[in-house]
Design a protein around this ligand. Structure first.
Ligand SMILES: Nc1ncnc2c1ncn2[C@@H]1O[C@H](COP(=O)(O)OP(=O)(O)OP(=O)(O)O)[C@@H](O)[C@H]1O
Ligand SMILES: [Mg+2]
Length: 284
């Protein structure tokens, strides 16, 4: 796909500045990374913003979550990372206006190992993203549940990292390792990497445990925690099997409303940070 082909008549024009890249990461499995990446990307697209969702997980859940199954012949993020195929050739439109996808499939499972011997192996995604930054307002990257080279690529390409935290026992476990990795990447590869925030997911107001976790996370991370909590909702769990983001599958549902709120909160945070940076202050 040609990058200038993005600007169809009737499409939302990009605001002019380069896209901000937000990586959704937490090496713990099943905490809501993909649900957040897909739902947030869809909600941002409806704001409207021009959004590119990059699926960086061999499970391909973000791809199928927006209705695209990357079959064997299709170009995927693997071709970008391992064969230097330009990102604009891999970007696909989705059924949702303003939302585009770089798909992934199981081919990517070998990439963690194949990348080890590659030149500039940590910066592959960062370089690839550079060529499409002007075509979008926001680029959302969904990571696999590990701190391997794929996640390192995602953090090296990012302006900010957004960390979903599941409201469950041991919610904070493993976050130390994620912070250490982010710190290493900030000092060696990507000084711009900011901590965009923590999102509490699968919140269940009926349980004391959920409230304990919220309390603990806010105590630890203060105003880095997004005010919007994502409720535990069956509709959110059902949406992927229909290949639709929750905002399309059930627009009035609690999950959809929450992700719309989160999108608004994210955009406000990014605007504020931009403001502070322009004014010469420290956004952190
Ligand atoms: N708020 C929610 N309410 C109910 N179910 C949810 C919610 N968020 C996610 N789920 C479900 O929980 C499971 C894990 O969510 P998801 O796939 O988003 O996590 P993940 O962190 O991307 O997992 P992985 O680490 O395997 O990539 C999925 O079955 C998903 O549908
Ligand atoms: Mg996932």
């Amino acid at each position: 796909m040609e990058s200038d082909g993005f600007v169809d008549s009737g499409d939302t024009p990009v605001a002019g500045a380069e896209a901000k890249v937000i990586t959704i990461a937490n090496q713990k499995g099943g905490v809501g990374k993909t649900t957040t990446a897909v739902s947030l990307a869809a909600a941002l697209a409806q704001l409207p913003r021009r959004v590119l969702l990059i699926d960086l997980d061999p499970q391909g859940n973000a791809s199928s979550g927006v209705g695209i199954r990357a079959h064997d012949a299709a170009l995927t993020v693997y071709d970008i990372l391992l064969d230097d195929v330009p990102m604009e050739d891999v970007v696909e439109p989705t059924a949702l206006r303003n939302l585009f996808l770089v798909p992934s499939n199981i081919d990517l499972a070998g990439a963690e190992i194949e990348l080890v011997s590659a030149f500039n192996r940590e910066q592959k995604l960062r370089h690839a993203v550079a060529s499409v930054r002007e075509d979008f307002d926001l680029i959302i990257v969904d990571c696999p549940p590990s701190l391997g080279l794929l996640t390192v690529n995602a953090l090296t390409a990012a302006d900010g990292v957004l960390v979903p935290i599941q409201c469950e026992y041991y919610a904070l476990e493993g976050l130390g390792a994620l912070h250490q990795n982010a710190e290493l990447i900030r000092s060696n590869l990507n000084p711009n990497l900011d901590l965009t925030g923590y999102v509490l997911t699968m919140y269940d107001g009926r349980t004391r445990l959920s409230d304990q976790v919220v309390h603990e996370v806010i105590e630890y991370f203060g105003d880095r925690v997004f005010h919007t909590r994502i409720p535990r909702s069956v509709r959110l769990a059902e949406a992927p099997s229909y290949g639709q983001p929750i905002t399309v599958f059930d627009p009035g549902s609690r999950g959809s409303v929450a992700y719309h709120r989160l999108a608004r909160e994210l955009v406000d945070r990014l605007d504020r940070a931009e403001h502070v940076t322009r004014a010469g202050g420290d956004p952190s």
